[in-house]
Design a protein around this ligand. Sequence first.
Ligand code: ADP
Length: 270
Amino acid sequence: QGRATLSVAVRPYGDGMKLVLSQDITEHERNDGMRRDFVANVSHEIRTPLTVLSGFVETMASLPLSEPERQRVLTLMRQQTDRMQTLVGDLLTLAQLEGSPRPAPDRWTALDPLLQRLEADAGSLSAGRHVIRFQVEPGFEVAGNPSELASAITNLVTNAVRYTPEGGRIDVSWRLRPDATGEVEVRDTGIGIAREHIPRLTERFYRVDGSRSRDTGGTGLGLSIVKHVVQRHGGELVVESEPGKGSCFRLLLPAPRVRRARQGAADHKS
Ligand code: ADP
């Protein structure tokens, strides 16, 4: 927290002591600047759908509309309220993750049913516009917070759907790597990401193409959520991408957080 870092460091100096503030102030200012940017971004993201909504409210109040016109306006209004709901949901998720810096609790969860659920979700999200394939090495458990892990993988799959044109391919896989690290891979044949954007992707509200993200329901917070979940599980996020060819996001879980389900049953007995 910015203000907390203002607590001064006291160092011996000649016969007395000196207060070391400079670094703390720099950090304080940096955090303060980030907070201001964040508030400005949130306000902007909320104001845009609100402006559109109030325009529609005015239209409905002042114009006599036929029933089909009324239905059309209501559909557009619903899109804007959905957008605000998603944004507030993502903001709350992010606030929760940032407010609890402790590592995610070590609860062992079977991976197969979790990924099966996500496969069904991906299918309805794509609505038949993409070829989606899940390839899962069966019988694994992971240690961590299952809903956080599910939300991280969901964000990656949602992005693959969002940034892959109709007819494209999305491959999701889980496997144990030779070094015993667990790997969730989400690969798409979508629009890809230019090299210079990759280091900034997990920043809050960072978007390569703002209008495409917004038009497809993106909040600009998804990868920031993924980053926090990965950090809390001691994992890594690896991104490879080529504009026009597609992207590959890999979520790596460290070996101590991955085990075969049968081994788990044996553990319980011993
Ligand atoms: P958003 O809600 O905008 O998708 P994210 O934080 O999930 O926000 O992603 C940040 C940005 O990274 C997106 O706006 C998009 O430009 C880019 N991006 C993320 N995933 C992909 C992908 N699979 N293919 C191409 N671009 C992507």
